[in-house]
Structures are given as structure tokens and as C-alpha cells.
Ligand binder design. Structure first.
Ligand code: SRM
Ligand code: SF4
Length: 597
């Protein structure tokens, strides 16, 4: 039962009572002993909390929903629960009006997202996912901004077969979505040192350690043995799981290729040379409480860059991660989902409060962070040679879309590469792909297949096009307000035209577009960002730095393409005339006072 002082309403009482030792009680006083004023709020839990509570370890009525032949949809409560299993119910928004006109239910289908920590898959796994996309999906694999795959358009009756097809090659989708720790990201390019392998190994360990313990996934999708009785104990996540999604990444400076400061929980690898001069992993700086999602017109929602808390050694990593997650589990807002991310828990209470709480739970303090420096954001393209002599080819895959299209048969091309490839594939956090660990003798064969299938063309485009990101948006995303992926090529043309006109061809400049302010392509960390407002209309944000550590700010709200181009034309003209040598556009705008705090 809740202890005295814990906010009690008929619903919260029930909810927290069920998760006895882990959620009862969330700390009511800070580590310093002062009362936690935020705990005084007494509001009913959000509807999703009620669904989680009643779900018996995320089972809900998914089995019944899947078996119902009368609709392509699943029950409302199950649409929430299926996310924890890595799937979203969607409908094709391009077809909505026509379906309605014909008095048909929306064209329901499901998106499935994989849990692929660090984005590493074998050629066999690639081939299996590609075949599943052809057989049950839309013939497209989508590489996401968190190093996962998405298959879109899987209809209800094929969901289980698709999950089983993934399982046959040891890929699952548990915790790819939902109020849990999501796919753990890791620095993608294995080129520099053995440290990258270690960092990848840590991302797998983190993913496993923070994963839900429920067997519901195995029962529902893989025909595992059915549980009789109470749901399994969830020692870290708790019986209600987390208040909201939670994201973790590990990065290796100087390349901030995972946008570490946008993560709820981040680990910055600290390397030091050993006596032979080789860089060794000595530990990590801990970052917490980054996050990007916001809502237009609601200033109480905001993107936030994470805080760097302290240094830890590798053997402390899992314990620290688990305690950070448990702090959010116990203190995160379960009444208002727009205020439930970890960034709000820490922003409300303060970083010092968080540190005190973490150190109290750990039983020791973390020493100050060690020095580190980021010099880049995004990916490095082309061939690079690794420490062991093997080669890695980073390909630019615009918006992560792997599909057969005229002049760019990417799905087929990558299947042919997977058929001969002896190494592995690595998805980057920027929707790109590394054909990794290629023996020198195979490079020519890979190169030929890349060229034959148009996979290398994007490497020779402008830096703006090569580095740009767009989220999925329309037609599959139910939250999209404007185009993103389908608009990216046109918008990049406009930016490139402006750069050429002002004599700045081929300068680096980060451009990111999302169809709404949720921030799936991490637009708040781009020098130029468009954030969907309404069809054809965007918020223009400017001024992030080029290493992923400073957020951009609102420059113009709710404007159309001609107004965006006009605004950028004036700024780029000034940039061309007044910039310092090698000064980035984002930095320039602050220096000359176009942007102000
Ligand atoms: Fe996202 C929701 C796609 C990375 C913040 N995101 C969605 C949904 C599932 C829409 C929905 O809830 O109905 C989108 C599905 C579109 C579709 O049709 O496929 C969606 N998010 C994506 C992906 C596929 C974008 C991409 O183009 O690659 C990325 C999948 C990552 C993965 O593999 O796990 C994706 N989403 C992100 C990121 C970037 C990141 O994590 O590094 C963010 C910003 C970082 C953050 O979380 O703070 C992000 N997505 C959101 C949010 C806003 C969360 C918030 O704090 O307010 C939502 C909406 C929500 O949760 O309510 C959302
Ligand atoms: Fe959908 Fe918005 Fe995310 Fe884009 S940013 S995928 S429109 S939720």
C-alpha cells in the first residue's frame, strides 16, 4: 500500500498498490530530506496508465484483437499495448478520404520496428527482413534515426507471421516502442579502434538489461507457453512500466553521430592511450534528461539538451543505467503524458536534485566528468579502413528508405550485396547504412554492386543533401501535420540553389525536416529545421551548432515554402558576405545577432 504522504486518489491508490516493492513508494522526499513538492500533485493517472495496469504484463486482449476477422484494426486499449511489442497500428492517410467516401473502414495496417541495439545485423538477417518487407510489407525497409528497421503496411493477419519470420533470424521487436527503454544506440562506424566494438557490446548489454521481463511477447507472437496467474515481476521497469518512452545511447568522441544530448540517458566513451599508445576505454561520462518532443503553441513542452553528470567506469554502467531508469519510473509524471518524459522530471526538480537522488540510490557519488570534445555530428561517408585491416563502406540512404524505385533499386541491390557479404551491416543513427567488415579482397565486388544499383550516387551530391534528415511523416504517420520525407528532396534543392547563388556551393550545413514537432529526425539539433505546422506550412528554426550540443531556436512560425526560401535567401546572402573562415551558418547567426537568447 502507498505510504503516508504518497498522493492517493481512488485510481492512483490501486495502480501503485499493485507494484509493491518497486513503485511503492516513489520517494516522497529528495535525497537531501526536503519534501518533494511535485509529489503533492494529486491528479488521476493518464488513460494509458490505466491500460498498462490492467494489461497483465502487456498482454491485454491482444490475442482476441488479432483473432477478430471482422476488422483490420485491434481494440483501442490494444493499440497502446502493441507498441510495447514494437508495432503501431496505422492507416494510409493518402487513402483516408477515398475510404471514407466509399464508407469503408480506414486502410489499417501495422508498422513493425525492430530492436537492433547499435544497429548491427548480419547479411542473413538483412535478407530475412528484406524478404519479409516484400512478402508482408510494402516492399520497403525504413532505416530509422535510432538504428532500427521499420516495416510498414503489414496487415493484421500477417503480423504474427512477420514477427515469427524476424524471430527465425533472432531479431525481435520487444520494447522497440512503448513506455520502456527503446532501441539502444551506439556509435556506428567501427573504424577507429577496438573501442567501437566494446561500445557496441555495451549497447547490447544495456538493451538486454533494461528490457521488459514479461513473456507476453513470446506468448502472443511466438506461441510461447501461456502464463497462468500474475504477470511477471519487472524489477527495473516496474509493473506499470515507465511513465513514457525512454531513450539511451552510447557515443565515442569526437563524432557525435548519435546526437547524445537528445537522449534521456547517454554515455560518452572516455578513451585514454595505454603504454603502447593505443586508445583504451576507461569509462564513460553520464548524460541525462535530453529529449526533443514538443507541441506547437504549448511552451511548457520543449526540447532539452542533456546534462553531463559525472564519470563512471564500465563495470558501473549497468547499475547506473538501471538507477537512472528507476528514478524516472518513480518520479516521472504519470498523469499528463505531455509532461511525462524524463527531461521534465529533471527540469522541474533540478539537476542537483537528480544527482543527489542518483548518488543516494547508488550508495556512492560519481566523480566529475572527464574531458571530451565533439567535432562532428552525422555520418562520415565512403570507404574507411578499420584497425584490423577490414573495410567499411558508409552509404547515404536518403531518409533511410530502402525500396526499389526507378534508377535506384536499393532493395534488390542490398539483397545482392547481402548474398555475398562476409561481414555485417550497421545502421547509423542518421538513417544511413554501413556495409561493414569487408575483407580487402571483396571491396571491388561490393563496389560493383553498389554502382550497378545506384547506391553510391548520393555520396556525390552536395553536403547539404548528404547530411539532411527527414522523418517518415505522411502517409503512414498518424501525427504528421505536413510532409517531411517526401518533401526533403525538393527542399534540399531550394537550399542548394541558394548556396550556389551566393557562392557557397558545397559548404556543410545541416538541414532536418519533420512533419510535426515531435522531433523524430532530431530537427532541434539542425542549423536549419522545418517543423510541420499544416499542409505546406512549417515552423522555421535556426542556429543549432554543428556538433549536436546546442538547440536551434524559432525564427519564423507557420510559413510556406516561398516565405521560407525568402527568409533563408536573405540570411545566406549575409552569411556569404560576413562569415569568418570556416564559420558554420548556425554559429554565424548567433555571432551577428540574427538570433538572440
Ligand atoms: Fe518518433 C512518435 C517515427 C525517432 C520523438 N515516431 C512516432 C510515431 C510512432 C508516430 C506515432 O506515435 O503514431 C512515428 C511513426 C512514423 C511511421 O509511420 O513510421 C515515429 N520516430 C520515428 C522514426 C521512424 C523517424 C525516422 O524517420 O527515422 C524514428 C524511429 C526511431 C526508432 O527506431 O526507435 C523516430 N522519435 C524519434 C526521435 C529521435 C531519436 O529518438 O533519436 C524522437 C526525438 C527524441 C525524443 O524522443 O525526445 C522522436 N516520436 C517522437 C515523439 C515525441 C516524444 C515526446 O517526448 O513528446 C512521438 C510522439 C509521442 O511519443 O507521443 C513520436
Ligand atoms: Fe510523425 Fe511527427 Fe515523428 Fe514525423 S516527427 S514521424 S510527423 S510523429
Amino acid at each position: 500500500m502507498p505510504r503516508p504522504g504518497w498522493p492517493i486518489s481512488p485510481l492512483t491508490d490501486g495502480i501503485y498498490a499493485m507494484s509493491t516493492e518497486v513503485l511503492d513508494p516513489p520517494a516522497q522526499t529528495s535525497a537531501a530530506g526536503s519534501p518533494d513538492k511535485f509529489a503533492a500533485k494529486v491528479n488521476p493517472p493518464s488513460p494509458v496508465e490505466v491500460i498498462k495496469k490492467a494489461s497483465r504484463g502487456l498482454r491485454g486482449s491482444l490475442v482476441e484483437s488479432l483473432a477478430d476477422p471482422l476488422t483490420g484494426a485491434i481494440r483501442d486499449s490494444d493499440t497502446q499495448l502493441i507498441k510495447f511489442h514494437g508495432s503501431y497500428m496505422q492507416d494510409d492517410r493518402d487513402m483516408r478520404a477515398e475510404r471514407e467516401h466509399q464508407k469503408l473502414e480506414p486502410a489499417y495496417s501495422f508498422m513493425i520496428r525492430t530492436r537492433t541495439p547499435g544497429g548491427v545485423v548480419s547479411p542473413k538477417q538483412w535478407l530475412a527482413l528484406s524478404a519479409l518487407a516484400r512478402t508482408y510489407g510494402t516492399g520497403s525497409l525504413r532505416l530509422t534515426t535510432r538504428q532500427a528497421f521499420q516495416l510498414h503496411g503489414v496487415i493484421k493477419k500477417d503480423l504474427k507471421k512477420t514477427m515469427q519470420g524476424m524471430n527465425a533470424v533472432l531479431i525481435d521487436s520487444i520494447a522497440a516502442c512503448g513506455d520502456v527503454n527503446r532501441n539502444v544506440m551506439a556509435a556506428a562506424n567501427p573504424v577507429e579502434s577496438r573501442v567501437h566494438q566494446e561500445v557496441y557490446d555495451w549497447s547490447v548489454k544495456l538493451s538486454e538489461h533494461l528490457k521488459p521481463r514479461t513473456r507476453a511477447y513470446h506468448e502472443i507472437w511466438l506461441d510461447g507457453e501461456k502464463l497462468v496467474g500474475e504477470a511477471e515481476h519487472e524489477p527495473i521497469l516496474g509493473q506499470l512500466y515507465l511513465p513514457r518512452k525512454f531513450k539511451t545511447a552510447v557515443v565515442v568522441p569526437p563524432h557525435n553521430d548519435v546526437d547524445i544530448f537528445s537522449q534521456d540517458l547517454g554515455f560518452i566513451a572516455i578513451l585514454e592511450p595505454d603504454s603502447a599508445g593505443e586508445n583504451k576505454l576507461v569509462g564513460f561520462n553520464l548524460t541525462v534528461a535530453g529529449g526533443l518532443g514538443a507541441t506547437h503553441g504549448e511552451p511548457q513542452t520543449f526540447p532539452r539538451v542533456g546534462d553531463v553528470i559525472g564519470f563512471l567506469t564500465p563495470d558501473q554502467m549497468l547499475k547506473v543505467a538501471e538507477n537512472v531508469v528507476m528514478i524516472q519510473r518513480d518520479f516521472g509524471d504519470r498523469t499528463d503524458r505531455k509532461h511525462a518524459r524524463f527531461k521534465y522530471t529533471v527540469a522541474d526538480r533540478g539537476v542537483e536534485w537528480f544527482k543527489a537522488e542518483l548518488f543516494k540510490r547508488l550508495g556512492y557519488t560519481l566523480p566529475p566528468p572527464r574531458e571530451y570534445k565533439f567535432t562532428t555530428q552525422g555520418d562520415r561517408f565512403g570507404w574507411t579502413q578499420g584497425f584490423d585491416g577490414r573495410w567499411h563502406l558508409t552509404l547515404r540512404i536518403e531518409s533511410g528508405r530502402v525500396v526499389d524505385a526507378p534508377g535506384r533499386p536499393f532493395l534488390t541491390g542490398l539483397e545482392k550485396i547481402a548474398a555475398i557479404h562476409q561481414g555485417d551491416f550497421r545502421l547509423t543513427a542518421n538513417q544511413n547504412l554501413i556495409i561493414a567488415n569487408v575483407p580487402a579482397s571483396e571491396c571491388m565486388n561490393i563496389d560493383k554492386l553498389v554502382a550497378d544499383h545506384g547506391l553510391g550516387k548520393a555520396l556525390f551530391t552536395s553536403p547539404v543533401r548528404r547530411d539532411a534528415l527527414a522523418c517518415v511523416s505522411l502517409p503512414s504517420c498518424g501525427l504528421a501535420m505536413a510532409e517531411a520525407e517526401r518533401y526533403l528532396p525538393t527542399f534540399v534543392d531550394r537550399v542548394d540553389e541558394l548556396l550556389v547563388r551566393h557562392g557557397l556551393k558545397d559548404i556543410p550545413l545541416t538541414v532536418r525536416i519533420t512533419g510535426c514537432p515531435n522531433g523524430c529526425a532530431r530537427p532541434y539539433l539542425a542549423e536549419i529545421a522545418l517543423i510541420g505546422r499544416a499542409p505546406g506550412r512549417y515552423t522555421l528554426r535556426l542556429g543549432a551548432d554543428a556538433v549536436g550540443s546546442r538547440l536551434n531556436v524559432l525564427y519564423r512560425d507557420n510559413i510556406d515554402e516561398p516565405s521560407i526560401v525568402k527568409a533563408l535567401d536573405e540570411l545566406i546572402a549575409r552569411y556569404a558576405a560576413e562569415r569568418n573562415k570556416d564559420e558554420r551558418f548556425g554559429d554565424f547567426l548567433w555571432r551577428v545577432g540574427v538570433l538572440k537568447n
